[in-house]
Design a protein around this ligand. Sequence first.
Ligand code: TRP
Length: 335
Amino acid sequence: MTSLRVLTGITTSGTPHLGNYVGAIRPAIEASRRPDVESFYFLADYHALIKCQDPAAVRESSKEIAASWLALGLDTDNSLFYRQSDIPEIPELTWILTCSAAKGLMNRAHAYKAAVQKNEESGADPDLGITMGLFSYPVLMAADILMFNSHKIPVGKDQIQHVEMARDIAQRFNHNFADLFTLPEAQIDDSVAVLQGLDGRKMSKSYGNTVPLFDSEKKLRKAINKIVTNLQEPGEPKDPASSTVFQVWEAFATPDQCEYMRGRFAEGIGWGDAKKELFELINAELHEPRQLYQELMSDGAHIESVLIKGAERAREKASALMKQVRAAVGISPIS
Ligand code: TRP
């Protein structure tokens, strides 16, 4: 029986926030424990170079993301956890796929198109500031995905197009050379909560409304106190459906705890008290991982050893596939 292969990458250009945790990290870690799923999670540090030219920031982000995932209980025996740049087969496959990928397909990539449009609107050269990295980004991502014959790619909505491009590139290769690649599908899980940020919009770095995942307890409390509410007084019944405090509560609560808070809203709990209870709820989930995170952050050698082990296991698969890919395109020993 072939099990379901699930793969996703995390670009190493930032510090994980609570929205990343609820939307991506927590479900991925749950999946990492499932016996029927083979999961692949990796630090996409080559992708980070596309948008971040600050070496210290890329290095720090890689460490923070790895420490976060490990602290939150990623099962690194049952899943594969590695760093993209430790797998030299990935850039190798990227080149080979680049030679199959249609330029016209890349022209349609949202991120690239948006950059060109911005230049055009400001009257600048359409290519201003656009690197070949940005242009080829979907091919690198296709190599990440196709290298491990992944079936399902859990991603945010902004990445669906890239997964479809990977599928397209795979189809072309399979047709032109040899049927080597599994056709991947994006997986958008509606049961996974989209966490609202402090201002009620989706929590996102681009809105500046995020709550850091592993800052101090004090900062977490402070951030929760900043969640925007209406002006209703304690004692006035409140509407859970239109409250960010309640939406965030739901992302961390059991069904019973949700019922409980609905009751408290009906009774007219004050916003201050509701936020206090929300802090307690989130902190109960994050308290232990936060300590583990601090320990890991001061033991880089341990993080490194976990990643190296992951890369060794990943490379076994990658090198076997690359042998076939090379042969298929005519790069093989002369006999
Ligand atoms: N580009 C993705 C993002 O910014 C990260 C990523 C890189 C990825 N390679 C991937 C996601 C492969 C899924 C599969 O979110």
